[in-house]
Design a protein around this ligand. Structure first.
Ligand code: PLP
Length: 362
């Protein structure tokens, strides 16, 4: 019998492809004939160089990035980007637009304000507890960038299409939907993603940044918080999070070679989300919390008729080896995170469980 593996719906850190975990296990004691673990080799060695260069190359291929883009692997999580972005790009006299679609967007706005930067919140869905993505937004034509959160992990909403911002580059926090679908990267000046949702373990944040924005980086900010420090050294100004980058590289390889790229990934993600939302909509017992046209394909948030039933649902699901279904502590309810690595059969098992639970409690 193999090791126990549950159906894992955690929001982050989250499920990884099992084949990736097995590959890590296989080469853990002797990485590529080095006689060392990847956690023991120098980050200046050829072994690690190959890992990070492959991760960069796969990112560029998967997202069709042209030569203007740099792919960086940084520390400090997605949360560090909340301050780095305004610090690097909003010199005196510059302004930026922010769209507030939930907890993470609110935090990004807060950091820009702490720094005393001039930003406008041009749209917000706070009036209905962030249950939707705002439409028809009037952006500031001479803003340096527009910041948005592509997928709202906690509230369960996602931008189906990115808004037209004219000549102003988009900057997006894509922590919970990076590599889940193809998108036109050319409209972005920068996008970033903490790895632990959809592309790896905690400890590294992917940052993709375009040269016109890199050129704005001022001299008078701390070295470690300057994008150019990292772009000039292939993310190895200081010791990078080697193990997290290595795991992300294997996930990117899995995406390209096993899944077959982002179109295929998007199809599968759509299939998983449809299965779950169709069941929720047809039941009368479960109720989705996000507006239908704003629903996330990654984080499916729903309620049951009352909180006692929600507690029972999460406990019984967990006993049936369906883990991580409790909603974020700030909103309550239930949430199934169905990121790239979550297989269709996990969602099928969840829907079966939901049917049984409803028939016993509905
Ligand atoms: C989880 C999450 C973050 C925070 O990421 P850290 O890596 O923990 O800083 C930021 N934004 C979104 C959309 C997230 O889902």
């Amino acid at each position: 019998m193999g090791p126990k593996r549950i159906f894992n719906f955690n929001a982050g850190p989250a499920a990884l492809p099992q084949t990736v975990l097995e590959e890590i296990q296989r080469e853990f004691l002797d990485f590529k004939g080095s006689g060392m673990s990847i956690t023991e080799v120098s980050h200046r060695s050829k072994w690690f160089d190959d890992v990070i260069n492959d991760a960069v190359a796969r990112t560029k291929r998967l997202l069709n990035l042209d030569d203007r883009y740099q792919v960086l692997f940084l520390q400090g999580g997605a949360s560090m980007q909340f301050c780095m972005i305004p610090m690097n790009f909003l010199a005196e006299g510059r302004t930026a637009d922010y769209v507030n679609t939930g907890t993470w967007a609110t935090k990004a706005i807060k950091e820009a304000k702490i720094l005393g930067k001039k930003i406008q919140v041009v749209a917000s869905s706070e009036d209905r507890n962030f249950a939707y993505i705002p439409k028809d937004i009037a952006f500031t034509p001479d803003a340096t960038y527009v910041h948005l959160t592509s997928n709202n992990t906690i509230k369960g909403t996602q931008w189906a299409q990115f808004p037209d911002t004219g000549n102003v580059p988009l900057i997006a926090d894509m922590s919970s939907d990076i590599f889940s679908r193809p998108f036109d990267a050319g409209r972005f000046g920068l996008f970033y993603a903490g790895a632990q949702k959809n592309m790896g373990p905690a400890g590294v944040c992917l940052v993709v940044v375009r040269d016109d924005l890199l050129a704005l980086t001022p001299d008078n900010i701390p070295t470690m918080l300057k994008y150019t420090t990292h772009s000039e050294k292939n993310s190895m100004f200081n010791t990078p999070p080697c193990f997290a980058i290595y795991t992300a590289q294997l996930v990117l390889k899995w995406l390209e070679e096993t899944v077959g790229g982002l179109d295929k990934m998007a199809q599968l993600n759509r299939q998983k989300a449809d299965l779950l939302y169709n069941h929720i909509d047809g039941s009368g017992f479960y109720r989705g919390t996000a507006d239908k046209d704003s629903r996330s394909l990654m984080n499916v948030t729903f309620r049951l008729p009352d909180e006692a039933l929600e507690k029972k649902f999460v406990a019984e699901a967990s006993a049936a080896e369906l883990g991580g279904l409790k909603g974020h502590r700030s909103v309550g309810g239930c949430r199934a995170s169905i990121y790239n690595p979550t297989p269709l059969r996990a969602v099928e098992a969840l829907v079966d469980f939901m049917k049984t639970f409803e028939s016993r409690n509905g």
